[in-house]
Design a protein around this ligand. Structure first.
Ligand SMILES: *Cc1c(COP(=O)(O)O)cnc(C)c1O
Length: 389
């Protein structure tokens, strides 16, 4: 099967094998060695000398943890959004009582660093900026380098949702002065869902020292204290730690520049292939993501039918659009364990599946279509065959 959604992503055999290991005590030396090893290797991929905490939760838990550990109710923050995940980050902050100023960009377009600068100039008491590195819902990668230089000009705290980009697209945490960078195990890390990994800068820790949002499970102080002893405050997802540890070895032996280049190559192949089928991309080329390709679907294309045929007939699993993009786009995930050959398989299947996913409108002259020429019972028989596969 080709699992080509933007998470969960396929796991390499090394991870699957590692996960078959017996349980161990999470308070013992063996787990301590694993956690310390994971942490050291994560720092290399995050490109940080600061702290990296590993929490047992989904990516959204990591976003929530970053907010409640650095902010207080009533803090004014600027939430930059260009899609579902930017909106979610803002919603979490609202839920915990932050005074959220939303800076929304059209879905499919990137966040504009200049507009962020303008917003920060207009409201001097903003404490933090929330931004999504890779907006998975629209296939857009924001320019965090430029955004961070604007945010740092105003000396604000910068919290970055890099859930679907870190470990795939370059994000030098320290160099770009990101105060918290959040990711999770089932995206570029090729592991099952269950862990969220978060970096915390010096400035992040300073904010944490005075942050008053309620928290218990998420408390970074507890996580840091326990980490010094090679432990986590609560029982961690031990099996996922096994997998992540194995995958980090694979990632570091491939090397970060090679990983970034592979994702760029695979993404380019995806974009080129999709275009050659007469389809167009949802985001502009300049900001098209190297981890997920969002493809525009015309009114004539039935996205749910396309997804169903790809899955049932060709064993290829892709994603549709979320929220208001439902039916308007489809998305091909290419992050983590992915090579050019995987994308070739997806593109071949897409080419074969597309004709059956077009709606027969008046302009399509159904009397000329293959489906209409066939006797009705035969067409139905074909359909049944498809769903049986
Ligand atoms: C997947 C994703 C999330 C949420 O991850 P969950 O593990 O489903 O909570 C958040 N942000 C981005 C950008 C994502 O791609």
């Amino acid at each position: 099967m080709q699992l080509r959604i933007p998470g969960p992503t396929p796991c390499p055999p090394q991870a699957l094998q590692a996960m078959g290991k017996q349980m161990i005590s999470h308070r013992g030396k063996e787990f301590g060695n694993i956690l310390n090893s994971i942490t050291e290797k994560l720092k290399q991929v995050f490109q940080t000398k600061g702290d990296v905490l590993t929490l047992t939760c989904a990516g959204t838990g990591g976003l929530e943890a970053a907010i409640v550990n650095t902010l207080s109710p009533g803090d004014k923050i600027l939430a930059v959004s260009c899609g579902v995940f930017g909106d979610r980050f803002a919603d979490i902050a609202k839920q915990y009582g932050a005074n959220v100023k939303c800076l929304n960009f059209e879905w499919g377009k990137p966040a504009d660093p200049e507009a962020i600068g303008k917003a920060l100039r207009a409201e001097s008491d903003i404490k933090a900026v929330l931004v999504t590195h890779n907006e998975t819902s629209t296939g857009v990668t924001n320019d965090i380098g430029k955004i961070s230089s604007v945010v740092k000009e105003f000396d604000k705290l910068l919290l970055v949702d890099a859930v679907s980009s870190l470990g795939c697209i370059d994000l030098p945490t320290d160099e770009w002065h990101c105060d918290a960078v959040i990711t999770c195990s089932q995206k570029g890390w090729m592991s099952p869902p269950g862990l969220s990994m978060i970096s915390v800068s010096e400035k992040g820790w300073q904010a944490h020292a005075t942050a008053k949002m309620p928290r218990y499970y998420w408390d970074f102080s507890k996580a840091r204290d326990y980490l010094q002893r090679g432990q986590t405050p609560w029982t961690p997802a031990i099996s996922i730690c096994y997998a992540l540890n194995a995958n980090l070895d694979l990632m570091l032996s491939e090397g970060l520049p090679n990983i970034f280049a592979r994702h760029a190559r695979v993404a380019q192949l995806t974009r080129k292939g999709v275009r050659s089928l007469g389809l167009s991309l949802f985001p502009p080329d300049s900001h098209a993501s190297n981890t997920v390709t969002a493809v525009r679907a015309s009114d004539k294309l039935d996205v749910s039918k396309l997804i169903q045929v790809l899955r049932d007939k060709y064993d290829v699993v892709i994603a549709g659009g979320q929220k208001k993009l439902s039916g308007k786009i489809f998305r091909i995930g290419h992050l983590g364990l992915v090579e050019e050959n995987d994308i070739k398989t997806v593109l071949e299947a897409l080419a074969k599946a597309l004709p059956s996913a077009y709606r027969h409108s008046e302009s399509f002259a159904p009397c000329h279509s293959e489906e209409a020429k066939r006797p009705k019972n035969l067409a139905q028989g074909k359909l049944r065959e498809e769903s049986r596969d």
